[in-house]
Design a protein around this ligand. Sequence first.
Ligand SMILES: [Zn+2]
Length: 313
Amino acid sequence: MIGAVDIGGTKIAVGIVDQEGRVLARAEAPTEADRGYGAGIEKISRMLREVARTAGTPLAGIGIGSTGMLYPMTGEFGDVDFLPGWQGHNPVRDLSRAFGVSVALENDGDAAALAEAFWGAGKGKSRLIYVTVGTGIGGGIILDGRLYRGVGMSHPEVGHHVVEASGPPCSCGFRGCWEALAAGPAMEKWFEENSPAEECDGVPATARQICERARKGEDTAKRAVEREGLYLGLGLANLITLFVPEVIVLGGGMIQSAELYLDKIRAVIRSGCRFVPHEQTRITLASLGEDANLIGAAMAWQHRFKAYPGPAQ
Ligand SMILES: [Zn+2]
């Protein structure tokens, strides 16, 4: 049984995950990052003890998936936008001291990629890219059954490849990143700027509401969805051209309305990926739902410390 910790900007989830990727117990609490790292790690330890008691099991190890920049090999937080003041702290060292077990830390996109490759929509596939589209775009890359890492074990940022050089500015320093064009806030901004005054009731629409309006046949909302499909498709086409994975698994809040954009996504891919066997790359939806990050955190521990059986290559 593995203790799993998912640290996000707004909430922390903790659970017990078994060898088959099942979540046996879980608990959740607000992150309250501004109360500092010490209060955060204390809360995580308390929740881990609670869920272990509920599941009636000792922990073999602890896996953590977390938002933002981090150093998986040393276990330290880097410069994490959503966790101000947590930089330089080391949850791997602190939890391993508190519980007397080994602890692994990974970026949450990498953790969810491991989960989907091992227990979810990409089960049995050795070349997989996981993409999550919500308020930002993140993900993880599995190549030949292992998590792909960059130099210094770094985490590549799939959301920050440039799709349109003259596009809107992005938090990373470039203009026109995939995230700046296709994440939820980009759709909301475009909709606000392009809605005729008579369609606007003065309250900015959320991406979910725009999708609802598109389903009802509203013109501007339908154009917003068409535009979303185009930019999602361009980013995915780039990933296919660069990696030609067996499967791309899509998750995140924006993908809950995937049926609105999938045709456009497929059309964009067909229109420009002709130098690679793009028809062999399956585009599919994440299947682990709410638990993907917790299962991913547990997988991060398995991937680090256990012989990772890995899918056939
Ligand atoms: Zn960027």
